[in-house]
Design a protein around this ligand. Sequence first.
Ligand SMILES: CC(C)(COP(=O)(O)OP(=O)(O)OC[C@H]1O[C@@H](n2cnc3c(N)ncnc32)[C@H](O)[C@@H]1OP(=O)(O)O)[C@@H](O)C(=O)NCCC(=O)NCCS
Length: 299
Amino acid sequence: MDLKPSESLKIDTFSMRIGDIEGVDLDRLHALSLSVGWPHRAEDWQFLRQSGQGFVALDEIGRVLGSAMWFAHGASFATVGMVITSPRLQTLGAGQWLMKRVFDRVAGRDLRLNATRAARRLYLSLDFQPEKTVYQCQGIARLEATGSQADMRDVRTLDPRDIPAVIALDAAGFGVRRAALIERLFEHSVGYGLFKDGRLNAFALCRPFGRGHVVGPVVAESDADAVAVVRRHVADHSGSFLRIDTHMDHGEFATFLSHSGMPIFDTVLTMSMGKRLSDFAVGGATGPMTYALASQTLG
Ligand SMILES: CC(C)(COP(=O)(O)OP(=O)(O)OC[C@H]1O[C@@H](n2cnc3c(N)ncnc32)[C@H](O)[C@@H]1OP(=O)(O)O)[C@@H](O)C(=O)NCCC(=O)NCCS
């Protein structure tokens, strides 16, 4: 009898069970995101887990083969993210299965997510509507010697006493008040604010993430104000990796990013179910706008 094992073995069926993301070893979540080439560190997963809820797909011996999370803001809105299925599982229905479990838990809420190219078909099949492109800009930051003295004078480091003003301005830009998230981001971030007559007009937070740091959220009433607050972070991280995710594709802010060592690296597509992005625009074209997302996952 020939006992020599064959060089390959085809396994075409195996079963998975759903689990709460809460108790899962961070290293396993990290391994899952690495398997699809995402830059998240274990700490980034930890932050997201503290900020939202989620499911994992587990195989018979407890390996994490998929994930999906949601982040509730207020009673009627949530963002969805960290939707991943392990490469060997993809196109077999696991993404849909995970998303339908999420739907059970977010029923009645308006939903928003940022879809990678790989995920668009999945979300379209679930009735998400395409909205706007997000430009993932990143690279080695460098500060060009421009910017008025006034910009520098009116911008200062934010401290915890500024949190209520940051929450209010974020809500005006984002369209939904997300106090708990902003407070948590604040703990992990350095923030700069632009003040006019003592009132916060623009802010930019920046925290460690992935390969370096990420700037976001950024809320401002004009490109010039957004540049004024982001410029400080570019100066702080000059020579190191910096990332920013923005809907802005032209104008002073977009130009500033590409001149600051952060060209467009990739794009994702904001998609909605229920209320659309424009339904959340509190101040219209002249009010505060979100110039940079907190992250693709958090919106
Ligand atoms: C995006 C992702 C989660 C999809 O998961 P999945 O397990 O492959 O999804 P499913 O098998 O449930 O597929 C759902 C739909 O997309 C289709 N689909 C999935 N991958 C496809 C591919 N490569 N080409 C064509 N269609 C594809 C499926 O046929 C199905 O369509 P249908 O509903 O019309 O039948 C997975 O590819 C992934 O983890 N990618 C890397 C990380 C990522 O980009 N995540 C998305 C974050 S927004």
